[in-house]
Design a protein around this ligand. Structure first.
Ligand SMILES: *Cc1c(COP(=O)(O)O)cnc(C)c1O
Length: 392
């Protein structure tokens, strides 16, 4: 059978029909433990009753009106997001890339207001910010950009976790207006920077009047053991983007801004037809309420620690395992050799994992993962890694 889907993804030959919590079932009724969560999206797992209820209830009364009118659920969601983040205002989009587009436009707008007509944004090597033209241009991965030149200009790239490199650029580029960075690089290989990296960036931004813009699309909504990853550092950025887990699967993104950045856009400067409609905002409100009521963010910290320690024990002494990194339930196991073959091998065993940057096994299990499921995850994957790295 020929597929009529554009082949932008190398897909595994499996079709899921339903799920519950961390489990998924395929059309042959085989069960899988989902340690990917749709790439950090389904933090509450699959078919969560609170999300189901919110969507069902909202769809009975109103799915969409327009941003031409007041949208009550959008106001409520913005209230919750700003209260929990320390930010002031929110623009709602439908995806992460669009949230970052809003951030990039804010940075340029900020520059123009200061009389900088060719503003530059500092971005990082190995970063990922999305697939639209501006966000792929900001992304630090040549594979994402190749074939789509000319790229959008106005980005200056430095290595990740390198404060000296940022300082050098800031000193030499008078047009710098912002720094856009992930608190932990997800697609780039679960790269965790120095503990004070974000604090230092905050200092540089304060000193040189730059906007500190954090892409929390993957790290946000409890994934790392705090509601937002920057809350580990006791700082607040000027701009912060969210998407992925915000709707637990309904498409919603958000660009949060604070202080001077919060009021840069005026009517007509940016927009979205669907952005922040009643349906997606109701779902997101249910997500945030459930995270809090079930104390899931604290559990992300505890479970992540347990998973990382268990892997360390099981894989101890294997020289092919270079590093096990984690913050909360954002986990990376870096091997010495490419290991994408492990994805299909794990799928055979009823376990869904991800490999990013060729050599890094990335685990993003739902925050609701249970102890027995953690044991299955650690045992199955450790055995596979041992087999893969010590061929007979
Ligand atoms: C997934 C991701 C994006 C892009 O989000 P989309 O919803 O796919 O557009 C941007 N930044 C980071 C850090 C991401 O993980």
């Amino acid at each position: 059978m020929t597929s009529h889907i554009m082949p932008t993804y190398g897909r595994l030959p499996v079709t899921f029909t339903h799920g519950k919590g961390a489990w998924l079932w395929d059309d042959q009724d085989k069960r899988y433990l989902d340690a990917v969560s749709g790439i950090a999206v389904c933090n509450l797992g699959h078919a969560h009753p609170a999300v189901h209820k919110a969507i069902a209830k909202q769809s009975k009364t109103l799915i969409h009106t327009s941003n031409l009118y007041q949208v009550a659920a959008q106001e409520q969601l913005a209230d919750v997001l700003t209260a929990r983040s320390g930010m002031d205002n929110v623009f709602f989009s439908n995806s992460g890339a669009e949230a970052n587009e809003a951030a990039i436009k804010l940075a340029r707008c900020y520059g123009h207001q200061k009389g900088i007509l060719k503003p530059e944004i500092i971005v990082m090597e190995k970063s990922f910010h999305g697939r639209t033209l501006a966000t792929l241009s900001a992304t630090g991965n040549p594979k994402v950009q190749k074939g789509f030149e000319p790229l959008v200009g106005g980005f200056v790239r430095v290595p990740y976790n390198d404060i000296a490199a940022i300082k050098k650029v800031v000193a030499n580029h008078k047009n710098c207006v912002a720094i856009l960075v992930e608190p932990i690089q997800g697609e780039g290989g679960v790269n965790i920077p120095a503990d004070d990296y974000l604090n230092q960036i905050r200092d540089i931004c304060d000193k040189h009047h730059l906007l500190m813009m954090l892409d929390e699309i993957q790290t946000g909504i409890g994934r790392t053991g705090k509601f937002l990853a920057f809350q580990h550092n006791n700082i607040v950025p000027d701009v912060c983007t969210l998407a992925k887990a915000l709707g637990n699967g309904v498409p919603i993104g958000a660009c949060l801004a604070r202080g001077k950045a919060a009021t840069l856009f005026s009517a007509g400067m940016h927009g979205s037809t669907f952005g922040g409609n009643p349906l997606v905002c109701s779902a997101a409100l249910a997500v945030l309420k459930t995270l809090e009521e079930d104390d899931l963010i604290a559990q992300a910290e505890i479970k992540g620690q347990e998973i990382a320690e268990s892997f360390s024990k099981k894989l101890h002494g294997n020289p092919q395992v270079l590093e096990i990194r984690h913050k909360g339930l954002m986990i990376g196991i870096e091997l010495a050799e490419p290991c994408s073959a492990l994805v299909a091998a794990a799928q055979q065993q009823g376990l869904l994992i991800n490999v990013t940057n060729e050599k890094v096994i990335r685990l993003l299990p739902p925050l609701v993962i249970k102890n027995k499921q953690i044991k299955f995850l650690v045992k199955t994957l450790s055995d596979l890694i041992q087999e893969h790295t010590q061929p007979m």
